[in-house]
Design a protein. Structure first.
Length: 397
């Protein structure tokens, strides 16, 4: 079935942002949407689509011109994410993680690292991955155990030898560039965590099991196995012990991006359900004439609008250079819950057809679930929001 266009409810955008939104929309509806169901069914990543995003300049959108980006900022980025996810959530998550893996290099990288790492990624020629989670360290990321042993003379390491396993790494099998978090000292908790830029294909680095996922099945998330891979000191991002801060700041940005993707996914499900109700006839009329179903549609629209507003507020806070930890948690938690709720209701409104793989809404419902889990579970976001609230109360601010 054809999914109709989402309304552009985005007052206050600049003409450049509107043009960007239209470019992303045309590309997503024409080139990404048609194959989404087949890619999901076959669990197949389509690299050509990522290359096209690079050619269109979409992979450079949020980054400053000083590093070779398009200089649009984060509000504009959320427009792109929304459009890509409207067509295919799996492709949006892949792109979001690609962007997530670069932000730390922009913020923390040396001039040499920026020069070596960013151009191919900004151009969509190299795909990035962000490797934090381990079998024993998910929500409690500070408990990670991937060991980074110094190589070379004491006090002046020439490199680090990595040993350990990462799991659930989005883009894993397709990527060329990995931002990997290890520890130089397990006894120091978060204070030992250090970030490394790792190239795919290096000796001592391989893939384990590919994750068998409920949704976003075309993404190639997999285990990463480090068995003595030696990374030169020039590929350590920031100082030893700064890795945890680097990871958290990147995730703040990534959560806004995922929130925007959830808005796009929810909008797609809402539009599909509304269209279906206008076409389906029963009890002598169209289902869209039933007031109870209109109430459902209105409540779905309310959730999408609230999620979009919080996402935009967080993106604008980032563009103004304000702290975003609380705003990005609120946006990601609200938007992923909205996507789960709206896609579930869309399945209901399609009736039996909603439960069929012949229609897109069951895929959307499966795709929505993961967003309540990755980039910080929604329980962790409640903790972050409560922590900020309590701090304001106790500080009297
Ligand atoms: C589709 C997908 C893609 C992913 N991509 C990546 C990726 O690219 N890179 C990466 O590094 N990781 C990735 N992850 C991993 C993801 O970040 C983790 O799954 C997530 O952080 C949760 O960790 P966990 O699975 O270990 O669950 P746990 O931390 O074991 O949590 C289990 C349950 O307990 C709850 N819980 C845990 N601690 C608390 C607490 N203190 N208070 C209240 N509730 C709590 C959680 O909310 C959850 O419901 C991905 C995961 C998925 C599903």
């Amino acid at each position: 079935m054809t999914v109709v266009g989402a309304p552009v409810v985005a007052p206050g955008l600049t003409p450049e942002e509107r043009l960007l939104q239209q470019t992303a929309r045309d590309f997503a509806r024409k080139e990404i949407a048609p194959g989404a169901a087949a890619r999901d069914e076959e669990e197949r990543y389509d690299r050509a689509l990522f290359i096209r995003m690079g050619e269109l300049g979409l992979t450079a959108v949020p980054f400053p011109e000083s590093v070779g980006g398009a200089g649009f900022g984060y509000r504009a980025w959320t427009l792109v994410m929304e459009e890509i996810a409207y067509a295919d959530m799996a492709m949006a998550v892949s792109l979001s993680v690609h962007i997530l893996s670069q932000y730390p290099v922009v913020d923390w990288g040396t001039p040499d690292q920026k020069e070596r790492w960013l151009p191919a990624m900004l151009a969509g020629e190299a795909l990035g991955a962000f490797a934090l989670t381990e079998p024993g360290a998910g929500s409690d990321a500070a408990a990670l155990r991937l060991q980074a042993d110094r190589v070379g003379p004491a006090g002046a390491p020439t490199g680090y030898r990595l040993r350990g396993t990462k799991i659930w790494i989005t883009n894993a099998i397709e990527a060329e560039r990995y931002l990997v978090f290890g520890t130089v000292d397990r006894t120091r908790g978060s204070a030992g965590i250090t970030a490394f830029l790792v190239e795919g294909g290096m000796p001592g680095f391989s893939f384990g099991r590919r994750e068998r996922k409920l949704g976003i099945r075309s993404d190639t998330a997999s285990e990463l196995i480090f068995d003595g891979a030696e990374v030169p000191v020039a590929n350590r991002l920031g100082e030893e012990g700064q890795g945890y801060r680097i990871a958290l700041s990147a995730l703040g940005e990534g959560r806004i991006s995922i929130a925007a993707a959830c808005v796009g996914l929810a909008q797609a499900a809402l539009d599909a359900a509304a269209l279906h109700l206008t076409e389906r006839k029963a009890f002598g009329g169209r289902l869209s004439d039933q007031q109870g179903l209109r109430f459902m549609l209105a409540e779905m629209a309310q959730k999408v609008a609230a999620a979009r507003a919080l996402t935009r507020a967080a993106a604008e806070a980032k563009d103004r250079g304000e702290p975003i930890a609380e705003a990005s948690s609120l946006a990601k938690w609200t938007a992923s819950d909205a996507a789960m709720s709206v896609t579930t209701d869309a399945v209901q409104l399609f009736g039996g057809s909603g439960y069929s793989r012949e229609f897109p809404v069951e895929r959307m419902m499966r795709d929505a679930k993961g967003a309540q889990i990755y980039e910080g579970t929604n329980q962790i976001h409640r903790l972050i929001v409560a922590e900020h609230l309590l701090k304001r109360v106790t500080d009297g601010a």
